[in-house]
Ligand binder design. Structure first.
Ligand code: NAG
Ligand code: NAG
Ligand code: NAG
Length: 370
């Protein structure tokens, strides 16, 4: 099919899937001084200001990596939306754990931690992995031990009175909603067994008893969807291009509320929640990470821009690849190229992202509406 037909088809798909988009930047590029630029998911103004302070300082400015740490740390301390840093998103056991990632777009080095317990500095732990190990991702209590041995504070209780209250209310509501599917719960809050459970462990009579008592728990899409909204399922995902033109990206989140313990979302997965390359630009994503990580949307955005797409088209394309398979998914991303042009695209919710570039007096929040 030729280009115009492909464009028309894309346009129709966009309408059909109720996509939303916004776009800005770039015009000042000819005037020089395009950089630095800081872009972040959501109206996390304080995080962008903290990153800007680092990257705009002095004549050469701080590095993009240091700006990412400053920006994401600010959100961890402020507990942005209750979904970044300690004190939010309790899992089924009431515990808060952290996921974080940082990437240096000059070297493509990455450091990440997932399901990290008892340490509140997610992004700093990720940076320690990147700078002091040959690894990319550390998980669970082993990540905790590493972070503390490298000088971060801990062990710390990551729960807050709010997260514990949320969790108790959920327990009282028979642990609904939750992320299980195709299981039979032995009680209101589990344990859960697969429907086609091994008869050695479960008698047919027992299973039939559960089924007849209406205990069969089989979440539909809408059941899961009710779990996902901005205040229990988002991420700070940030991209910085420093004055030298170097790119870095980072994410920090405490994951999905009432997740099954051990669940790792898209936050620490390179190419899913964030990706960046000095040669091209960067991308940050937020939303239903369990779905989004199947598509590596930020890797897709960066690679599409590498092959010549504008940020807006690359962002829309990455979202439509997901919505074609999951029409009900909730998610969003931003793209910024190495000329400073930025754009956002989203599906299933209204998205906002924050930008500061050298022609702005302060952070600007851009709304991407359906
Ligand atoms: C900063 O972004 C705005 C749009 O949000 C754009 O109009 C402007 O050209 C950008 N400035 C630079 C230096 O890229
Ligand atoms: C990436 O790492 C290189 C080598 O350590 C460093 O020179 C560079 O400043 C880093 N990039 C950023 C954006 O900080
Ligand atoms: C952790 O903090 C929460 C909320 O303040 C509290 O309910 C819980 O008892 C604490 N856990 C421990 C082991 O101190």
């Amino acid at each position: 099919m030729d280009r115009s037909n492909a464009g028309l088809l894309l346009g129709l798909l966009l309408l059909q899937f109720n996509r939303c988009l916004a776009l800005g930047g770039g015009d000042a590029a000819e005037g020089g001084g395009v950089f630095p630029v800081v872009v972040s998911t959501w109206p996390f103004r304080e995080a962008v200001r903290a990153a800007w302070e680092v990257v705009a300082a002095g004549s050469t400015g701080g590095s993009a990596v240091d700006a990412i740490v400053a920006g994401c740390s600010a959100c961890e301390v402020l507990r942005c939306d209750g979904t970044v840093g300690p004190g939010g998103s309790p899992d089924e056991n009431g515990e808060t754990t952290l996921d974080a990632l940082i990437m240096n777009g000059t070297t493509m080095e990455i450091g990440a931690v997932a399901s990290m317990r008892y340490v509140k500095d997610g992004i700093k732990a990720a940076k320690l992995v990147m700078e002091h190990t040959g690894h990319t991702l550390l998980v669970g209590e082993k990540a905790t031990a590493f972070a503390i041995s490298m000088g971060l504070a801990g062990p710390t209780n990551l729960s807050s009175p709010e997260s514990i209250e949320k969790w108790s209310n959920w327990r009282q509501n028979h642990c609904q909603p939750n992320f299980w599917k195709n299981v039979v719960p032995a009680g209101n809050c589990g344990p859960y067994y697969p429907i086609n459970v091994n008869p050695v462990h479960r008698t047919i009579g027992e299973i039939q008893g559960w089924l007849q008592s209406g205990n069969l728990l089989e979440p539909t899409d809408s059941h899961l969807k009710s779990v996902i909204n901005r205040h229990n399922h988002d991420t700070i995902s940030m991209a910085v291009i420093d004055k030298m033109g170097h790119v870095a990206v980072g994410t920090s989140t405490n994951g999905a509320t009432f997740k099954i313990p051990g669940r790792v979302g898209d936050g620490p997965i390179p190419g899913s929640s964030a990706y960046g390359d000095d040669e091209v630009g960067a991308c940050g994503a937020t939303g239903d990470g369990d779905i989004m990580m199947r598509f590596l949307p930020c890797y897709q955005v960066v690679e599409s821009m590498r092959r010549g797409m504008e940020p807006r088209d690359a962002a829309m394309d990455a979202i439509s690849r997901i919505s074609r398979k999951y029409p009900d998914f909730v998610g969003a991303l931003f793209a910024v190229n190495n000329k400073g042009v930025h754009a956002g695209a989203c599906h299933g919710w209204t998205f906002q992202y924050s930008v500061r570039n050298s022609s702005m007096e302060d952070v600007e929040v851009i709304t991407v509406t359906p």
